[in-house]
Design a protein around this ligand. Sequence first.
Ligand SMILES: *[C@@H]1O[C@H](CO)[C@@H](O)[C@H](O)[C@H]1NC(C)=O
Ligand SMILES: *[C@@H]1O[C@H](CO)[C@@H](O)[C@H](O)[C@H]1NC(C)=O
Length: 181
Amino acid sequence: MAFSIVGLALLSLVSVSLAAKECPKIVTQKTFDVTKYVGLWYEAFRTDIIFELGSRCVNATYTPNPDGTVGVWNQAVNWLDDYTSIRGTAKVKNASEPAAFIVTFDNPIQKGDYNVITSNYVDYALVYSCENIPIIDIKLEFIWFLSRTKTMSDSVVNELKKILTDMGVDVGTLTRTAQNC
Ligand SMILES: *[C@@H]1O[C@H](CO)[C@@H](O)[C@H](O)[C@H]1NC(C)=O
Ligand SMILES: *[C@@H]1O[C@H](CO)[C@@H](O)[C@H](O)[C@H]1NC(C)=O
């Protein structure tokens, strides 16, 4: 997840909502303890976006860095059945909003928002990113449901979808990530 927001944005245009709508105003988790958030997460659902097409067994490992940033290590099996991984760094944008990050990847250079809308640290996390593309008047929206285990219960899935719907976000493009490795 969060493999790319900007770098591969063009590839994603056809699959991302083409509606000329602005990104919604979002509220990230107010009380956020990053030391409880770090560790291993499995991708349970994601918006079906072309650059991740076919990737499965996706997981993310977050590691606290001494300078307060968070190391990001995303791993997956791609559509060619090859193992892939990418490393980056997540940084809080403004200390007043501790669950709103910018993630930067070095190779290839990419960056994007990473907003934790809600997480109880031990089971689930809902991560949201949205970017307005002004000239062509669309938004690029990315949603990830993360789970501490390879599965996510239907009740949690429905709860997270309801949160998105209440935010005015279309949940129609959410697809379950195969965790069959
Ligand atoms: C994370 O994903 C990679 C790629 O699918 C896999 O090789 C690795 O075993 C996974 N890690 C865990 C702890 O499941
Ligand atoms: C951080 O957030 C506070 C409160 O919303 C705001 O007043 C301040 O300007 C922000 N700082 C930066 C660097 O954006």
